[in-house]
Design a protein around this ligand. Sequence first.
Ligand SMILES: *[C@@H]1O[C@H](CO)[C@@H](O)[C@H](O)[C@H]1NC(C)=O
Length: 405
Amino acid sequence: MAGRRLFGARFFLFSSSSFPWAPSLRLSCLLLALLSPANGIVSAATAPLKFGINYGQIANNLPPPTQVSGILQSLNVNRVKLYDADPAVLTAFAGTGVEFIVSGGDLATMSDASNARAWVAQNVQPFLPATRITCIIVGNEVLSGGDTASMQSLLPAMQAVHQALVDLGLDSQVSVSTSQSVNVLASSYPPSSGVFREELAQYMEPLLDFHARVGSPFLINAYPFFAYKASPATVSLPYVLFEPNPGVHDPGTSLTYDNMLYAQIDAVYAAMEAMGHADVEVRISETGWPSGGDADEVGATVQNAAAYNRNLMKRVAAGQGTPRKPDVPVDVLVFALFNENMKPGQASERNYGLFYPNGTSVYDLGLDDGTSSGTSPTTSGVYSSCKPMISFPKGVVVLLAAFFL
Ligand SMILES: *[C@@H]1O[C@H](CO)[C@@H](O)[C@H](O)[C@H]1NC(C)=O
């Protein structure tokens, strides 16, 4: 999904700010959530959900940002990643408490200190603190993109942006990172064998040094869908969809993996440790599953997309870590908020959204009582009341309350 995503804005959601509907309704939802036994899920009041959404805007039919703000608030998404720093979006979210991860400009330009400072001064500083921008992503999937000039500019650009934040007194509230494809790995299976591609070591080593020094996470875009699509006969569908399965044993660690995403995260941890860095956290800047695709895109269905995102959300809400890092809750930004009708490439690229542009959910994300088939957008998660939550299994009520209230 490489560079294309640079041009869109994607979001990650979750928040608890003002509600467009009746306050009493909101309050009853909240009480319901807080009173429900958590079944091992920590209280919504104390557990910050590490879940957000990518807000891509490669489309000509999306609602204006002011309406999107309402959608996100109604979803209770509190973290959103943009593929730019669209001032219309950042302005629309002022005062909402939603956390923003924005994406920086051209790498060659940004690697110049004064340009980087001008960019931060123009695109980030004016929106703080009303809009909560917490991270600037510099470059998307650059190290697997094959553009040597960009690869060489990546770290200098990140350093320049970081220095600009220091100079402007913003570095304690805004961090700098970059997102990489899992394709930076030469080996990812079994996870303990994870190692970066040899030709990338010259970039990866100083990049990890930078992350460790400034304390920012290493971000990866990971799509088990691609692995499944490439080899549906050999890759287990339940394994990639977080459905029950026997799991995969890693002989290097004796750990067992019941899903591919966690295996990919741990492969990155292993690769980083092989480079001497056990001091950098791995987070997922993009993951998702398309609800539709071309005829040759096996697995791109509404049912699979619903299963992937629903199961992932449950795990994230439960604060689950990976087998290698059980105490580090998996941190995920789902791709994506909307279907984007102008994205190039195969049909799946235009069908990652949780929502159609009209605000109707593409599939049942677990908002209702589960009786809908998931093949038709029976509920608008955006505009419906919270009433359906009452019949939801109590173990996930906390998640739903936090995510969709
Ligand atoms: C929203 O758009 C989808 C996809 O085009 C469509 O199926 C659905 O009926 C629309 N919903 C409403 C309420 O217009």
